[in-house]
Design a protein around this ligand. Structure first.
Ligand code: TRP
Length: 444
């Protein structure tokens, strides 16, 4: 079996595929409203620190588990723990959790497709905030429309995943990710140039320490995990396609930095425009769907066609970013089915399409199911799994094996020098921090 496993073609391909998984709705949709709800620049500072000190070691651990085992997320734990029962059971988690996320994630992906269409059709020209909100409310409760869009989004992701690691995932991310960076920069420039936008820029760069509360730390760390696709088997699975010559520390750092950069760019694309339009930064999860279309309609007072095109480009960016992330979620299950049950990629892809498609329909129709899936996955299972992964590498795997993976058996001198620091973070910084976030989720 292992002889037939595919690998990513190059360092750049690894970073692009992993960044493709990381960069998604977490950056464009979730990050800006979290910033708005949790004190602006103070949140960003903690988020950056948490990413470098806590999430990055967890990320490295997941790549190590993947590459060392060269197998899907379940078999990875089975192989590397030499069959200990506890870790055999743990192996089931990263197979089940991504499917829960993929179900509701593709619902938001579907909303974005719909907003791409609505923007291009100039639905939002000359609208007031209340009208924009009314469009959103009637859309999400419409039943048929969100369900269809969700299935369309998921179908597209399934087609890419089924085409394989190199010709599907790698090729898709190689094209879309650079395009995405360009798009978001264009939007940010547009947004910052609006009258009144500077207040938003100030909000993002000038720390207001009075906004700092204990829960800011928990939210910033949680956001960082979510954004880097940790705790779901996604990075373990992609790690298993990293070639043995690749430098794990370098490609992990490259991915984390791209993800950070993209989140901050998304902040600059959205916050200045939100301030320019006089919208509350703490408007919550609806921030981009309820306010962004209004922002663009305001921009386009004199030029509705141009502003509609820019709005459509924005939602296209959201759709593409969401797709590369959803693809990584599906790949976890596909790798498992192909390797454990010798299924064909196409059959595995479509089996997952029906499973997630069905569960997603429930999410699209009932907000309570949607919220339940999101809460269960992001606040409980994700943290639990990330903790298990980092403890596994820090305390179950042999130190020499971890060092071998990170230094390619000693041939990477720079990684050798950094190893003690990374290993310390993996053992003594990340696990207690994750436990802390986990507990604070319940008491704050
Ligand atoms: N990281 C992605 C985003 O920011 C979402 C995502 C993809 C994800 N795979 C994941 C989140 C695995 C948690 C775990 O949109």
């Amino acid at each position: 079996m292992s002889a037939k496993r595919e690998n990513f073609g190059s360092r750049m391909a690894v970073i692009l595929a992993m960044a493709g998984s990381a960069i998604g709705l977490g950056n464009i949709w979730r990050f800006p409203y979290m910033v708005g709800e949790h004190g602006g620049s103070v949140f960003i500072i903690i988020y950056v620190a948490a990413t470098l000190l806590i999430s990055l070691p967890v990320f490295v651990s997941e790549v190590v588990i993947g590459r060392r085992s060269r197998s899907n997320a379940l078999t990875a734990f089975w192989k590397l723990s030499s069959g200990k029962r506890f870790w055999k059971i743990v192996g089931f988690l990263p197979i089940a959790i991504p499917l829960i996320i993929a179900s509701y994630y593709s619902v938001i992906g579907g909303w974005s497709i719909d907003y791409l269409y609505k923007s291009a059709a100039m639905t939002f020209v000359h609208t007031e905030p209340s009208q924009v909100s009314a469009v959103f409310d009637s859309f999400v409760t419409n039943g048929a429309e969100p369900v269809l869009m969700h299935l369309l989004f998921l179908l597209f992701c399934t087609l890419v995943v089924s085409s394989g690691v190199k010709s599907g995932i790698e090729r898709f991310s190689k094209i879309t990710l650079p395009a995405l960076f360009v798009l978001i920069v264009v939007i940010a420039v547009y947004s910052i140039s609006l009258p009144g936008a500077l207040a938003g820029v100030r909000y993002l760069v000038k720390p207001d320490f009075s906004a700092l509360t204990p829960s800011t730390f928990a939210y910033a760390m949680g956001q960082s995990f979510y954004s880097l696709s940790l705790g779901m088997g996604a990075i373990i699975t992609y790690g298993s396609y990293v070639s043995s010559r690749e430098n794990i520390l370098a490609s992990s750092a490259g991915t984390a930095v791209s993800d950070l950069l993209f989140a901050i760019l998304a902040g600059f694309a959205i916050m200045p425009a939100v301030f320019a339009a006089g919208i509350e930064p703490g408007a919550g999860p609806g921030l981009i769907f309820r306010s962004v279309p209004y922002v663009f309609s305001q921009m386009g007072q004199g030029a509705p066609v141009i502003s509609s095109i820019v709005a459509a480009i924005f939602f296209l960016a959201v759709v593409v970013a969401a797709m590369t992330s959803c693809i990584s979620l599906l790949e976890v299950g596909v790798a498992f089915l192909v390797e454990k049950f010798s299924m064909k990629r196409w059959h595995a892809g479509f089996l997952l399409f029906f499973l997630c498609g069905g569960a997603g329909v429930l999410c699209a129709l009932d907000g309570r199911v949607f919220d339940g899936f999101d809460y269960l996955a992001s606040n409980i299972l994700l943290l639990l799994m990330a903790l298990l992964a980092v403890v596994f590498v820090g305390f179950v795997m042999k130190k020499e094996d971890v060092r071998d993976e990170l230094t390619n058996s000693g041939s990477l001198k720079g990684s050798g020098t950094l190893f003690p620091v990374v290993y310390f973070l993996i053992r003594w910084v990340a696990p207690p921090a994750v436990v802390l976030i986990f507990i604070s989720n319940f008491i704050l």
